[in-house]
Design a protein around this ligand. Structure first.
Ligand SMILES: Cc1ncc(COP(=O)(O)O)c(C=O)c1O
Length: 362
C-alpha cells in the first residue's frame, strides 16, 4: 500500500498508470478548456475526433503498423470478437484452424461452432490442464486464418514467440498482453484485445485488422457486426464508448512518452515477472503451475501447499495492501497479474511479502 492505494494485481479490470488516473481527475470537469467533461461532449466534436485520431496514431506507432492496417474500437468486449471473427471471414465451406490453450480459446472455438462454421482444432494443451503452449503444430495450408490466444490469463501461459503459418494469417486474442512486448505484426491479419487489462478500462475492445481481411467481409452482415462498418467510419458509425477510448489514448500516451515504447515496456515486464518467478522457484513452498518455457509474463499463477494456506495467504496479503491475488474461480490457487501499469516496485514488495509469509507459515 502506498498513498492509500493498494498494490494492484487484479486480473482485469486492472491497474492503470497513476499518472493517467491523475490526468483524468484533473481534467474531468473541464476538458481542455471546453467547459465540459470529456463524458459530456459529442463524439462528433473536434475534441473527441482528436482523441480518436491520437489513439489510432499512437497504436500504429507503438506497434509499428504500416498503412495496410486499420485500428478500430469496438464494443462487446473480446467475447464479441469470438463471434465476429468467424462470422466475417468464414463463408461457405471455408475453414479456419484454432489452437486451444485454455478457457478463452475454448470460448472462441465454441462461438465459431455455434454459427455452424468449419473450424479445426489443430492443437490443444488440455491433456495437461492447459499448463503449456503446444509446439510443432501442423497447420492446414487451406485455412482462412489460424486463431490463437497469445496470453492465457487464467492458466498463466503465454506464447513466447508466434508460430510460422506460412501465408495463412494469424488472428490473435491479445486481451491480456497487448502492448506488453514487441512482436512481428506482419504475421497477423487481425488482433483484438479487450482494453481492461493492459490499455484501459472495460467497455472498449481494440481491433487491428489488415486490408486484405477487410476485403473478405460480406456486405450481407448486420452493420454493427462487420469490420468494414467500423473501418469506413473511423469506429464512429454509432456512438463509441468515448470515455473508455479517451482513457486508452492516455494510456498509449503514457506508454510512448513516459515509458518510452514497447521495447522499454517489455524489459520492465521481464524484470517484474523474473522477480516473482525467482521467488517461487527458490522456494519449496510456492509452486508455479505453468511449464517454465510457457510461463506468462502477465499472469503468474502459483499454488501453496494446500487450499487453507492459500486462503490465509490471500487474506494476509489484502491486510498488507496487496489486491487481486486470488486465482480464477475455475482453477483456484493464486495469481499475480502484472500488466503494464503494475510497477516493478509492486512486484518487489509482493516478493518480500511472499518470503515473509513463507518464513511464518512454511
Ligand atoms: C484472454 C482473454 N480473452 C477474452 C476475455 C474476455 O474479455 P471480455 O470480458 O472483454 O469479453 C478475457 C477476460 O478476462 C481474457 O483474459
Amino acid at each position: 500500500m502506498k498513498e492509500n492505494r493498494f498494490y494492484n494485481f487484479n486480473p482485469g479490470p486492472a491497474a492503470l498508470p497513476l499518472s493517467v488516473l491523475e490526468e483524468i481527475k484533473d481534467s474531468f470537469l473541464n476538458y481542455k478548456g471546453t467547459g465540459m467533461s470529456i463524458t459530456e461532449i459529442s463524439h462528433r466534436s473536434k475534441s473527441f475526433d482528436d482523441v480518436m485520431n491520437d489513439a489510432v496514431s499512437r497504436t500504429k506507432r507503438l506497434l509499428k503498423l504500416n498503412d495496410n492496417f486499420h485500428v478500430l474500437f469496438c464494443q462487446g468486449g473480446a467475447s464479441l470478437q469470438f463471434c465476429m471473427v468467424p462470422m466475417n471471414f468464414l463463408q461457405g465451406d471455408r475453414s479456419a484452424d484454432y489452437v486451444n490453450t485454455g478457457t478463452w480459446s475454448t470460448k472462441a472455438i465454441k462461438e465459431a461452432r455455434i454459427q455452424g462454421k468449419q473450424i479445426k482444432v489443430v492443437a490443444s494443451s488440455e491433456d495437461r490442464n492447459f499448463s503449456y503452449i503446444p509446439q510443432n503444430i501442423q497447420f492446414s495450408s487451406d485455412a482462412v486464418y489460424v486463431h490463437l490466444t497469445s496470453n492465457n490469463t487464467i492458466k498463466g501461459t503465454q506464447w513466447a514467440s508466434f508460430p510460422d503459418t506460412g501465408d495463412v494469417p494469424l488472428i490473435s486474442d491479445m486481451s491480456s498482453d497487448i502492448m506488453s512486448r514487441t512482436f512481428d505484426v506482419d504475421k497477423f491479419g487481425l488482433i483484438y484485445a479487450g482494453a481492461q487489462k493492459n490499455i484501459g478500462p472495460a467497455g472498449v475492445c481494440m481491433v487491428i485488422i489488415r486490408n486484405d481481411l477487410l476485403e473478405m467481409v460480406p456486405d450481407t452482415l448486420p452493420s454493427m457486426l462487420k469490420y468494414t462498418t467500423f473501418a469506413s467510419k473511423n469506429s464512429m458509425f454509432n456512438t463509441p464508448p468515448c470515455f473508455a477510448i479517451y482513457t486508452v489514448q492516455l494510456v498509449l500516451k503514457w506508454l510512448e512518452e513516459t515509458i518510452g515504447g514497447l521495447e522499454k515496456m517489455e524489459e520492465i515486464n521481464r524484470q517484474k515477472a523474473d522477480c516473482i518467478y525467482k521467488t517461487i522457484d527458490s522456494s519449496d513452498f510456492y509452486k508455479a503451475t505453468a511449464d517454465i518455457d510457457s510461463r506468462s509474463k502477465m499472469n503468474v499463477t502459483f499454488r501453496l501447499p494446500n487450499e487453507e494456506l492459500e486462503k490465509t495467504f490471500i487474506a494476509k496479503a489484502a491486510e498488507n495492501g496487496f489486491a487481486g491475488l486470488k486465482g480464477h474461480r475455475s482453477v483456484g490457487g493464486c495469481r499475480a497479474s502484472i500488466y503494464n501499469a503494475t510497477t516493478l516496485e509492486a512486484t518487489e514488495a509482493l516478493s518480500d511479502f511472499m518470503k515473509t509469509f513463507e518464513r511464518e507459515n512454511g
